[in-house]
Design a protein around this ligand. Structure first.
Ligand SMILES: C[S@@+](CC[C@H](N)C(=O)[O-])C[C@H]1O[C@@H](n2cnc3c(N)ncnc32)[C@H](O)[C@@H]1O
Length: 210
């Protein structure tokens, strides 16, 4: 679901037997497992050795709550709902576009961008969720000859565009990419900190800043 490639840095939070880290390393990614059980760390290191991926797969004996995972481009986890919720603020502060995949447990009211259920599996653990960390746009921006007020709930956006006359907006974020409709027009743009540059289907360009 995260479409992991060799340019990714994957971190598995609670890496257990190392299977996820080894699978990521087999795709060429650099992968790190964080695991507080030393026996599982030793087991996973041996498994990585057997799989011939020690150059790409490593394991650290650590508590995931004390781990800096800001360098990850992909985070995987198979933890518990309350752990996911406790991690959520830190995850939402990661670089926009970071992909998060969780086995079986969701993130409360942060709806997944994608859900996949494995068919024909007689297991309670048959569902995986993907979230893409959204850029932060909530608030008022100057917008060409007016203002735009984004009301952001995770990756979902509502709000008002005012170019002399106020219209409702509705849209979403996929990492740094923002798309919304306002006044019957479709807008798309790229968020870069406090600036957004984009185009709309009326054939023009738009900019917003704050
Ligand atoms: C269900 S296993 C998942 C293993 C592997 N990620 C997978 O998907 O197959 C969860 C692992 O998380 C580890 N774990 C739970 N809380 C942790 C914490 N606070 N810090 C580090 N590891 C933790 C457990 O020891 C266990 O090995």
């Amino acid at each position: 679901m995260a479409k992991v490639t060799s340019s990714d840095y994957v971190m598995d939070l609670g890496s257990g037997d190392g299977g996820i880290v080894i699978a990521a390393a087999r795709r060429g990614a650099t992968a790190l497992g964080i695991e507080y059980n030393p026996d599982m760390v030793a087991y996973a290191r041996q498994a990585a050795d057997k799989a011939g991926v020690t150059a790409k797969a490593s394991f650290e004996k650590a508590d995931l709550f004390e781990t800096d995972f800001s360098k990850a481009t992909v985070i995987t986890m198979f933890l518990l709902p309350e752990i996911n919720l406790k991690l959520r603020p830190k995850i939402l502060d990661l670089k926009p576009g970071t992909r998060i995949v969780s086995n079986s447990f969701d993130m409360g009211d942060w709806k997944p961008d994608q859900t996949t259920e494995l068919p024909d599996i007689a297991s309670a653990w048959d569902t995986a969720y993907l979230w893409i960390v959204p850029a932060k746009v909530d608030g008022i921006w100057s917008f060409d000859k007016g203002t735009i007020n984004f009301n952001q709930e995770f990756q979902e956006i509502t709000g008002k565009l005012n170019l002399g006359q106020e219209v409702d907006i509705s849209g979403s974020l996929n990492g740094n990419t923002i798309t919304f409709t306002a006044g019957g027009r479709n807008y798309t743009g790229t968020v870069n900190g406090n600036a957004i540059i984009g185009t709309h289907d009326g054939g023009g360009a738009w900019r917003a800043a704050r």
